[in-house]
Design a binder for this molecule. Structure first.
Ligand SMILES: [Zn+2]
Length: 389
């Protein structure tokens, strides 16, 4: 695994062009530079995402009617909204904000897909206890999760974190329906996520057609308990026939990441992670090692670019950090041992997956067209300028 073999990276290091404003580069094959060398992520941010975000922050009272509706919906009931908590900064801060600052009564749930880091478990406990909330934990059937994850490895695609993410989405919508909660609060935000992972890197995790097709080709046991959703069910049926709405409160005020982490650490003893999404040990392995090593996709470029655009990191600092390898040399050996033993495979098996021919979401069935129609419609209506591309 760590031998001198050439990495199957999708982009040769020498041919790279990096945006002159952020740190996205040609490892994103669809990136388009203008004559000043500024990329389309930056142009879209300045052109539509930033103005919409600024308008919200400048006029937070426009969020009040939504809050009133949420409170009204929960009258006479134990909770008025739903929050899925991973233990990461966004969902943790959101939970604090909702309960302590917005006076909401969230039903907090957590999906245990088998890969929680100890820090994540501690963070969730500390926050839920500190805020006096109840926590509902949904445990995903481990044998099915493992089978799906191995199927994704065998498929050769980049987006092998789909089984975890899909189970989080699906559980969230199923909870909303089951508990008749009309408002789902998510930690999605412009401050730390205004540049999105390109679809080629991380295809839509909620696409059940793709998930089931990959499982049909490479799975070994039926999925009986694994929670499934589909874009038409949650974006159309639940949204328009059941009136279940997703709300993003973090965009209605300033959300500087470093300050949010310091506040949670101070108030609740919350512990930071070395990198976004590292609350899951699988995601840590996947984002810091698998994606950059096998495909040349380094998600730090996306995360740092978001922070550069929102004034929380300088481009020089980002470039300096990107010189370091995306994984931690000192611990990667143990990390790989942990991943293979948990999945019941060997290091040689993992090495075999690493060197499979590179595939994309296009090699399997998908509902890409539905996502495209949805994204175009949202953009035209001015509802979501930050859709993936
Ligand atoms: Zn850029």
């Amino acid at each position: 695994m760590t031998g001198g073999k050439a990495t199957a990276g999708a982009v040769a290091m020498t041919a790279r062009q990096t945006c002159t404003n952020c740190v996205m580069d040609t490892s994103d094959a669809r990136i388009v530079f203008d004559e000043r060398g500024v990329c389309d992520h930056c142009r879209r941010f300045y052109g539509s995402v930033q103005p919409a975000w600024r308008a919200k922050i400048a006029n937070p009272t426009a969020f009040e009617p939504t809050l009133d509706k949420i409170r009204a919906d929960g009258r006479g009931r134990d909770f008025d909204c739903l929050i899925g908590m991973s233990g990461g900064i966004d969902s943790s801060y959101l939970t604090y904000l909702a309960k302590d600052k917005l006076g909401l009564r969230p039903l907090v749930f957590h999906v245990d897909a088998g890969w929680n880091s100890q820090i994540a478990v501690n963070n969730i406990e500390k926050l839920v206890d500190g805020l006096g909330l109840d926590l509902f934990t949904e445990v995903i059937d481990w044998e099915e999760m493992k089978d799906l994850q191995l199927a994704f490895f065998r498929s050769g695609v980049p987006h092998i974190d789909t089984p975890q993410d899909h189970s989080f989405f699906a559980t969230m919508y199923q909870y909303a329906q089951k508990h008749r909660v009309k408002y789902i609060l998510t930690g999605a935000n412009t401050s730390t996520e205004c540049v999105r992972n390109p679809v080629d890197w991380m295809y839509y995790q909620s696409d059940s057609v793709q998930l089931l097709d990959i499982h049909r080709h490479f799975g070994t046991k039926p999925l009986r308990r694994f929670p499934l959703t589909s874009i038409l069910w949650h974006k159309v049926y639940l949204r328009y026939l059941q009136g279940i709405q997703v709300v993003q409160p973090l965009d209605w005020g300033p959300y500087p990441k470093a300050e949010a982490m310091a506040l949670l650490a101070d108030k609740f003893g919350w512990q930071p992670y070395p990198q976004k999404h590292f609350e899951s040990r699988f995601t840590r392995f996947y984002e810091s090692y698998w994606l950059p090593k096998r495909f040349g996709y380094d998600v730090r470029r996306v995360q740092y670019s978001s922070l550069i655009l929102t004034g929380q990191m300088t481009r020089d600092e980002a470039l300096r950090r990107l010189v370091e390898p995306p994984w931690d040399e000192a611990t990667i050996g143990q990390e790989l041992e942990f991943v293979v033993s948990k999945l019941g495979i060997s290091i040689a098996d993992l090495d075999g997956f690493m060197h499979l021919p590179l595939k994309t979401y296009r090699d399997y069935r998908s509902q890409r067209w539905v996502y495209d129609v949805g994204a175009t419609t949202m953009r035209l209506l001015g509802l979501d300028a930050a859709a993936k591309r």
